[in-house]
Design a protein around this ligand. Sequence first.
Ligand SMILES: O=C[C@H](O)COP(=O)(O)O
Length: 309
Amino acid sequence: MTTSLADVASSDAALRAFLHGLPGVDRVGADQRAAMLGTRSIKTTAKAQAIDLAISMVDLTTLEGADTAGKVRALCTKAVRPGGDAPSVAAVCVYPDLVGVAAEALKGTGVKVASVATAFPSGRSSLEVKVSDTKLAVAAGADEIDMVIDRGAFLSGQYMKVYEQIAAVKEACGTAHLKVILETGELSTYDNVRRASWLAMLAGADFIKTSTGKVSPAATPPVTLIMLEAVRDFRDATGRQVGVKPAGGIRTAKDAIKNLVLVNETAGDDWLTPDWFRIGASSLLNDLLMQREKLATGRYAGPDYFTLD
Ligand SMILES: O=C[C@H](O)COP(=O)(O)O
């Protein structure tokens, strides 16, 4: 890399040169390392701790056209008290029009309200609409904004356009945290995942997030691994720590624990807290609770222990 980080976004050409100067991803190596780390087995006490840590990192999500205020209220109740003495989740993630409902239900609980502003999931609207969507969600009580990047612009090499959109949305967030969704299932190559990760971080992302949950493949282990390498290298280069959020298709406690192993072995334990690692998921919490109960009692919980969605 010949360009210093301070100058990277000074022009379209400098940004392109920087992103294309990043080392290429060894695809076979990334796949093999992620698969190898996925075979690590964690037992008993460590497993119980890992399950509770994973619960505390969940962004409990509902992103359906049929979502209602009642469904969001019920989800918020579950987010705060998932069952037994399990910890609260990190956040509840909803569409912008339901932020007010979630904010009211979660007031004073410590559980954050996250919202997918910016024309989720396609990201296809004007910058004015994205900025306005963001400001409205924040004004309604969102603590965190999950924005999607413009994949059309990224894939056609308009990196500065993507950078400027992220920077504008970051400004519109005010004190709310910004998670930037790369939608890795549409980025075609691991090199693009690495480039989009750096682009988002350079533009001001507080978190980088794999997917919307609406496109397959979503949060695959190699993609999460590449993003964890990116935040590690970005902190080494700039001193600024950025979080990572795999989202989409993570449904079992086993998958969640694999993610924690990836974090520990790639970015390191500085990232093993809900401040720096989240798991976006709609149904994972149920399996984490079931496995938690199984570890504690030797049997799976009955339906009165927690609500099944
Ligand atoms: O951000 C979270 C995702 O939308 C949830 O995806 P999921 O329904 O596959 O868990």
